[in-house]
Design a protein around this ligand. Structure first.
Ligand SMILES: [Zn+2]
Length: 416
């Protein structure tokens, strides 16, 4: 045992960031511990050595991948680090102290560093390719025959918008309508600043992208101000109030079901789901967006006033007018990637809510003037139709020959 104790001591002295060095030392330790295990009978140290082998094997694999990530090119490094995050988030026993610290600090830092390095050379397209790689992974979920049909419909709807996005790793995380009044503005309709710190591993990344793409899809359906609000802008305050109340009730029901079926999720998964439900119902969101957009000259005073009316109509939690379809889709992607059984009541309820939200977007997009089969969200998106979602709204006259943004004066007034 003296040799094993000596190896353990020297391993503990290696700085946490020296991944290759740690991986190598752990391998030596494991070899020694396994040899000891083979050669010894049932001694009092045997249980401790078994525990050491288990923990050592787990950590050795992670440090090995981290060392590999350090040597890899940027895109490969990002992907390797995200797989480390998957292992750490999903399987990390609480007592694995050092590797846990690596998960909480080093890996997110390294991921952000990769994103920033790529962001410094945005024109070479590598950052775009990295984000598109994960959007394509999202698209590939559709090949799973076990995918709920609503999740498939949503993925059809949102991944069809992948080429309408400009991606950049700077500024506040989120999706915006690209401000075309700025010099050198990207030619894409939407600008996404994705979260690149690896939160939640691959499931987190895919859920996050589903959320952000949904902002664009919902905007194509509703065309409600540059804040991309999630309802028909012709709705009366009473209707807005009813929409908000129904959504808040749904989020509460989901919250209740999550608490009642907590055992179906790991601690990390539970935190991730809870945070999405909370995010969907934050107070005073519409008014806050309105103030920011007015300050940025993206909306006029009349629209700002209108948004205040909507905010007040929604009551306490106007967040559901900005974040609802988004968090539902994020949750559906999490649940699928985590392989949660669809019979789970929380999953069932999320499916029902997403179906209603899908139907509402579809109805808004169709606008009542065209047969559903002709203008349905899914069929247009699945066909890759470049005019998808660009149908003029009911009661508005398109200006012929005005290209992609064929919007009449009442729509243009609010900043398109
Ligand atoms: Zn959002």
């Amino acid at each position: 045992m003296t040799e094993l104790d000596r190896l353990l001591e020297s391993y503990a002295r290696i700085p946490e960031r020296e991944f290759a060095h740690r991986a190598e030392a752990l391998q030596q330790l494991l070899d020694r511990a396994r040899a000891f295990r083979q050669s010894t009978g049932n001694t009092w140290r045997r249980g401790g050595v078994d525990g050491l082998i288990e923990q050592g094997a787990f950590e050795a694999e992670l440090y090995h991948t981290l060392a590999e990530a350090e040597r890899a090119t940027e895109a490969d490094r990002f992907q390797l680090l995200l797989t480390v995050q998957d292992r750490l988030e999903n399987h990390l026993p609480a007592q694995y102290g050092s590797v846990r610290r690596v998960a909480r600090t080093n890996v997110p830092e390294m991921l952000l560093q990769v994103a920033n390095e790529m962001g410094n050379h945005l024109a070479d397209g590598r950052f775009q390719s990295l984000v598109l790689h994960y959007i394509d992974m999202l698209a590939d979920l559709r090949s799973d025959t076990n995918l709920p049909s609503i999740t498939r419909n949503v993925l059809n709807e949102i991944v069809a918008l992948r080429d309408d996005f400009h991606f950049e790793p700077f500024g506040s995380v989120g999706t915006l309508l690209t401000d075309r009044s700025k010099p050198n503005a990207p030619a894409k309709e939407f600008t996404l600043r994705p979260l690149m710190n690896g939160y939640g591993g691959t499931a987190g990344m895919l859920g996050h992208l589903a959320h952000e793409l949904t902002h664009a899809a919902a905007h194509r359906a509703y065309r409600n101000t540059p804040a991309m609000l999630l309802f028909d802008r012709r709705a009366t305050p009473e209707r807005v109030s009813a929409i908000a109340n129904a959504r808040i009730a749904t989020l509460r029901r989901l919250d209740h079901l999550l608490a009642a079926h907590q055992d179906a999720f790991t601690a990390v998964q539970h935190v991730m789901l809870r945070s999405r439900l909370d995010y969907g119902s934050r107070p005073l969101q519409v008014d806050r967006y309105a103030a920011n957009l007015l300050a940025a000259k993206r909306i006029d005073q009349a629209t700002r006033n209108q948004m205040r009316v909507w905010d007040q109509a929604a009551g306490e939690n106007s967040g559901v007018l900005v974040e609802y379809d988004t968090v539902l889709h994020q949750i559906l992607v999490y649940l699928h990637v985590w392989r949660i059984p669809q019979k789970n009541p929380f999953y069932q309820s999320a499916i029902d809510a997403a179906q209603d939200a899908f139907h509402a977007r579809e109805t808004a997009l169709v606008g009542g003037d065209r047969p559903a089969a002709e203008a349905g969200v899914v069929s247009a998106a699945a066909a890759g139709d470049s005019s998808r979602g660009a149908q003029p709204r009911r009661g508005h006259t398109p200006r012929p020959g005005a290209g992609r943004r064929r919007w009449c004066r009442p729509c243009r007034r609010i900043g398109y």
